[in-house]
Design a protein around this ligand. Structure first.
Ligand SMILES: NC(=O)c1ccc[n+]([C@@H]2O[C@H](COP(=O)([O-])OP(=O)(O)OC[C@H]3O[C@@H](n4cnc5c(N)ncnc54)[C@H](OP(=O)(O)O)[C@@H]3O)[C@@H](O)[C@H]2O)c1
Length: 273
């Protein structure tokens, strides 16, 4: 999701973009990553490749580590080799969600899940491999070209007419096109370090689902449950709202606006296809 939107946004802002898919480059292959960096000699490398199956990672520490930790190191080192900066998107799941108020960049990480652990270690590997790093923590991404919560809700709502959604996890839904624009702005600065950039406002998954159905004009009976009742493999933070302590921070539009833009983008895509 994010890789595609970033490539589009960077091209729109007149950057020369080399967008590589998984088929083009496997970040687990250190040699291939190095060759790609030397071949393209970029000024910035944006590592949107990741093991993002949060529940699947619980039983696959080795697989998640190879991509989110070792792969992250390869890409950051490859970028450093050619003097490029590195962007490493990361996640609110590096936090345990027990702080009770929004997380800022300097808050200590304490991931609950294997996915969160591997992303936190990937952050450290990235920072150690390349001084010119932007670690950008974001959350609850939705956008075109990937499995996401909005698509899941729309499909369930259309098929079933009622859904049950978790009410005791609160975060910041983020539209990948908004995040991609922010990343394009960020790479033109030298504000290296950790950044929290997520959709404005906050909500529970339950509130997010209600807003999806409202904006999509779908009549869906939306019921709520607790995380304990849902019982998914990976533990998730109960309150992982991201805030920033940076003076020159980049803020995104509110998540409701991101949702409206995404729904409009989907409709336009369906019309032109
Ligand atoms: N999704 C979220 O809610 C969320 C929230 C916070 C942060 N993030 C972070 O934001 C970034 C982008 O997330 P996303 O949701 O846009 O991810 P995504 O849609 O799942 O895309 C991840 C991409 O990585 C590719 N990939 C996996 N293993 C690879 C490898 N070894 N070499 C090269 N490519 C590989 C995948 O290709 P295949 O599908 O072909 O394997 C896929 O195209 C990630 O760093 C993620 O951790 C995501």
């Amino acid at each position: 999701m994010l890789g595609r939107d970033f490539a589009r946004a960077a091209a729109y802002w007149n950057h020369e973009v080399v967008a590589l898919t998984h088929a083009d480059l496997d970040i687990m292959d250190a040699e291939a990553v190095w060759r790609a960096c030397v071949r393209e000699a970029p000024e910035v490398v944006v590592n949107c490749a990741a093991y993002t199956d949060v529940d699947g990672a619980e039983d696959d520490l080795v697989g998640a580590t190879r991509i989110n930790v070792e792969g992250a190191r390869h890409v950051a080192l490859g970028a450093a080799e050619v003097g490029a900066s590195i962007v490493f998107p990361s996640t609110d799941y590096v936090f345990d969600g027990l702080k009770g108020e929004p997380y800022v960049e300097s808050d200590p990480t304490r991931p609950l899940s294997v996915y969160g652990q591997t992303k936190a270690t990937g952050e450290a590997e990235t920072a150690a491999a390349n001084q010119r790093y932007f670690i950008v923590r974001s959350s609850w991404l939705f956008g075109t070209g990937g499995r996401n919560f909005v698509e899941t809700m729309l499909a369930l709502g259309q098929d079933q007419g009622d859904v049950v959604v978790v009410r005791d996890q609160v975060g910041c839904p983020t539209y990948t096109a908004h995040l991609a624009d922010a990343l394009v702005r960020l790479i033109d600065t030298s504000a290296f370090g950790i950044h929290h950039i997520a959709g404005g406002g906050e909500c529970s998954w339950y509130e997010f689902a209600q807003e999806i159905f409202r904006q999509a004009n779908l009549e869906v009976r939306t019921m709520s449950m607790t995380t304990a009742e849902l019982s998914r493999p990976a533990p998730r933070p109960p309150y992982s709202v991201l805030s920033t302590e940076r003076t020159e921070a980049i803020y995104l539009p509110d998540w409701q606006e991101g949702l409206a833009s995404y729904l409009a983008e989907r409709t336009e895509g369906a019309v032109t296809r």
